[in-house]
Design a protein around this ligand. Structure first.
Ligand code: CLF
Ligand code: SF4
Length: 290
């Protein structure tokens, strides 16, 4: 459903609604992932069903109970978001969850975040579910650069490594963004800023996604870990330069709180996830698509 930017600026914390104390609840229903980002230390992909993984997520059937509990604590929650801990399109749990909560909580905006590998082919389903705002993480639009950030993808059951995998990922992300933006969904792009790899590439990403219909851009500084643990975290100056590069082309969001997949509250202001999920989850501080 197309939402006006004025409505989002007031009610969606990641489009400016923080000023109005608008909050969000993340529902961590999506365990698996289908790509292998070098900075992600979850080591989860959709072919590995490791013991313990499902115990760290909630089921779609439980979502309304956690939302009810969260709204009692934070009545200003306006958004139900799904941002992991894996990819929202790699399994069916995110769509199933949105279907279950729309009947009971039609007042909440539905927001989801994806790496975009399956965005193009699942776009019709996404539209039918009625997602209001979508975040796609695009770390490069050049396969040579993306291959330095991603080891492999699993696409239709087959593993593609390096530049070949990166090319398939980027093609599907960009086609998917266009398709969903053309249908009226508000799109934000996240880019993980990795010094020495994509820091000189931000303008090109921002220009490309804007042309395809994205509205907002958010740059997330790298948390150095996993295979990129040797790369220093971007400095404030590097982050600011990247934001300025992007801002020439697209509106930039500057208040990202680097939320966990189980965050509850107003980003950067309040955090109630422990109370709502009662320590049931054990998601480490790591990247969630946001
Ligand atoms: Fe969550 Fe992301 Fe939706 Fe916001 S978070 S799925 S768009 S409701 Fe927001 Fe958190 Fe930053 Fe994400 S502050 S990590 S940008
Ligand atoms: Fe998957 Fe996200 Fe981790 Fe990348 S960062 S491997 S897309 S869960």
């Amino acid at each position: 459903m197309a939402r006006t930017i004025e409505e989002l600026e007031k009610n969606h914390p990641c489009f400016g609604g923080c000023k109005f104390n608008a909050g969000r609840i993340h529902l961590p229903v999506s365990p698996g992932c289908n790509i292998a980002c070098k900075f992600c230390d979850r080591s989860i992909n959709d072919v590995e069903q490791r013991p313990g993984v499902t115990s760290k997520v909630i089921s779609p059937d439980e979502a309304n109970t956690f939302i009810d509990r969260a709204l009692e604590l934070v009545p200003t929650i306006k958004v139900a978001g799904i941002a992991g801990p894996g990819d929202t399109l790699a399994t069916d749990f995110a769509f199933e969850t949105f279907r279950k909560i729309s009947g009971r909580h039609p007042e909440l905006l539905s927001c989801m975040s994806t790496n975009g590998l399956l965005l193009y082919e699942r776009a019709d389903e996404l539209l039918e579910v009625g997602i209001d705002t979508l975040t796609v993480t695009v770390n490069a639009v050049d396969p040579e650069i993306e291959a330095k950030l991603n080891d492999f993808i699993i696409f239709h059951g087959k593993k593609y490594e390096g530049v070949e995998g990166a090319r398939i990922l980027i093609e599907n992300q960009l086609k998917g963004i266009k398709k969903v933006a053309d249908a009226g969904v508000t799109i934000k792009i996240n880019t993980v800023l990795v010094p020495g790899i994509n820091d000189e590439h931000i303008s090109e990403i921002a220009r490309t996604v804007k042309e395809l219909g994205a509205l907002m851009y958010n740059i997330i500084p790298l948390i150095p870990q996993h295979k990129l643990s040797g790369i220093p975290r971007p400095t404030c100056e590097q982050l600011e330069k990247a934001r300025e590069d992007a801002e020439k082309y697209i509106k930039v969001f500057r208040h990202c709180a680097h939320c966990r997949a189980d965050a509850v509250g107003v980003p950067g202001i309040s955090e109630y996830s422990k109370l709502v999920y009662q320590n049931r989850l054990n998601v480490r501080e790591t990247f969630s698509h946001g």
